[in-house]
Structures are given as C-alpha cells and as structure tokens.
Design a protein around this ligand. Sequence first.
Ligand code: ADP
Length: 427
Amino acid sequence: MNVLVLNAGSSSLKFQLIATDPAAITADKDVRLCRGQINRLGGEVVIEVLMRDGLRKKFAASTRDMQASLEHLMQWIASDASGIGEIRALSDVNAVGHRVVHGGELFGESKLITDEVLKGIEDCIELAPLHNPNNIKGILAARQVFGPKLPQVAVFDTSFHHSIPEHAYLYAIPYHLYRRHRIRRYGFHGTSHRYVSERYRRLRGISREQTNVITMHLGNGCSAAAIRGGECIDTSMGMTPLEGLVMGTRSGDLDPAIVGLIATKESLSPSETEALLNTQSGLLGISGLSNDMRVLQEELEGHDDRRVRLAIEVFCYRARKYVGAFLAAMGGSDAVVFTGGIGENSADVRARICTGLEWAGLKVDEKRNQQTVGSEGQISTDDSSLHAFVIPTDEELLIARDTVRCVLGEPHFSRSESPSTADGKRL
Ligand code: ADP
C-alpha cells in the first residue's frame, strides 16, 4: 500500500511517500519513495524533495496555498520527471496519513478520518490553536486533491499519552478549571515515544507487558516519557509543549509565579510572556548564542564559554532529574532510550545525562556511546541493571503503518492491544 504521510504547518507541508503493505508491517520492507517539504506557503512555494537514491531536487511553483501546492507536487511525483515508478497516477496513492498535534481527551488512538473525526479535531483547536487548524487544512487539501473516497487517517501526537492516570495528568489547581477549560497534562511527541518504545521491544524480543523504559526525545523540542508495561504512565510535557525538559528555545519547568513577574517587570502581555518562554528561553536563553546543540558544543570545545557551558549543564541536569523522577514513578525501569537529533547524535550530552545515574545501575560504555551516532544500539555496559539505548525515531513510518492498519480495519495500538509475540514482531 502506498501511503502519503503529511505534516501540515503554518508555512510548510512536510511529506513522505512510503510504499508499505500489510506484510511490511511485520517484515520491515517499507520503501521510502521520497520525502521532502513544500516551503513558503502563502507566497510562491519552493518544493524540496529527497529521492530514495539520496538525490535532492528543488523547484519553485507558482502556487501559494496548500491544496494547489500539494496538487502540483503530486503531479510532479506521478510524472516521468520524478522517476518514481510506483506512482504513475494519483490513484497509485492508496491512503494519506496525517500527523495531528492534538487529540485532546477524544482520541486515544489513530483514526480513519470521517466528518465526525474531523469535527473532533476541530473541537481540539482550543487546545492547540497554532497547530490543529493547519492539520485540518492539510486534511481538507488532501481530500480535494485525491477526492473524498481516498482513505485518510489522523495520527495524534497526544494519543500515546492517553494511558497516563489521573493522578499524573491533573494539576493541583481548582478542579473546576480542569472541567471548564480542560486544563491538564496531555503530553506530546507521542508518536516518537511510541515508536522507540516499540522498537526497543523488538530489539530485546520482549512483549508489550515487559516493556519498562524511560524514553528521552531530545530534539529542538524535548520530552521524556515513563513507559511501564508498554503503556505511558507519565510524560514531561504538559497542557502545552512548554513544560518539562529544557529545550532549544523553550524554558521547560519553572516556578509559575515567574510568569507574572516577568510580565510585570518587563511590561509584557500574557501572550508576549508566553512567547518569551517559548522562543527566547531554553538553550538559547541561557547561552545567549544559539538554540542549536551542535553550535553550543562546538563553541564549548573551542572557547569554553561560561554561559554555553551553563546552558548545556542545565539541559543535562534537568534531563537527569526527570530520569530520576520517572524511575520513582515507575518503580524502576529497564532502560533509558535516547532519540531525537540530540539524543541520537550527541554522545557527550548522553554521557552528561547518564553520569550520576550509577546509583540506579546505569553504567555508560564509553566506546559504545562514542560509536553510536545516528544509529541504533546499546550504550550501557552489559552488567548495567539500568541500560541505555539509542534508537533513532521514525514518526513517519509509524504514521504510515497506523494508516495501513486503520484502512484495513486491523487492530493497532490501543491500551487493549493483546501482547506481542515474544519475537516482538508486531510493531
Ligand atoms: P526537531 O525536534 O525539530 O525534529 P531534531 O530532532 O532534528 O529537531 O533535533 C535538532 C537538534 O539536534 C538541534 O539542537 C541539533 O543541534 C541537534 N543535533 C543534531 N545533530 C547533532 C550532533 N551531531 N551533535 C549534537 N547535536 C546535534
């Protein structure tokens, strides 16, 4: 089955075309036909495509909106110019899978998109005003381009966190605010946490019930998830993606009184204060230099700048603190799994986070850690009782696989999913 995976943003549309079929769900034979991004929506767009042989193509189109640009892209993909033999016409795309940021309390699993599901995604706009409207635009654009009969599936960033119990998702504020405004922890990056925990399960050949891991998604946005018995029981992001770990430009946790204090002292409105915490804080805020971990690490090596060092130290300390908290919340864990651009690539950050967790049984194998860059593998010593792994995330693949399952009406991830076989083949 050829699945087009879409991630619609305010000014861009990311896409990936994956040839998968029911057998591929268990056999890892999915083929990425191409992936890329339509940029500068609203103006004349620029389309960038990475072909499966590594060739990059870039071309401008005179289209401005999402629908016309998607149509343009699909025409190009189906033409001889693209060289993608599997797609000769729009009808060769069998389904579209969408990343949808917020499913609120409504969606605990991926859903075949019907008018009712679309209405549910609309109901969640209040919870993700910057994201859900774009995701809806993407769904409507695909409906226009491919016609209403083509199955489309919504895969929610929040749904993996549906299993978080009440005591972990409620904030200690007046209960009626939860009832009235749905103020609670939802968590994000669910597709990534789910993908790496399922991949871990496969690597170890264990069942879902036996999966007890702390997953650390460290990218531009960062979050941790506590996964016990294959289910997420807590996560660091909250009502919005601002809570929790230190991120590229987001503060993560802070004393809530600071918000009002900054607003008063700096004469900022509530939304300006929120923007400051979202876009000028985190690694960028402390270092005053960059939100990019690579840049900070190069600077640290070259000049040992004090604020750059501090930014990295605060980042790693916060991450370690969450590992400790989740160990307590879970009653112990078998492994810490690193993913995301930083988690997959920075041996130094991983070592800094793990240093000081020897008490919990985690001993980093220096050589394995240094060698595991952008690849999958164990980075702890064999005699550790708490292991550490690196597992590159692949949200698009999970979206494509969920899409296939929804289209075929097969059971996919849900809390009631029966355990996988010991060979861990069911992803
Ligand atoms: P996003 O959350 O936007 O998907 P990524 O997961 O790609 O972002 O992560 C981006 C982050 O990963 C940036 O801070 C980048 O500097 C960092 N990163 C990528 N490669 C490396 C590397 N080799 N060493 C350190 N950090 C890296």
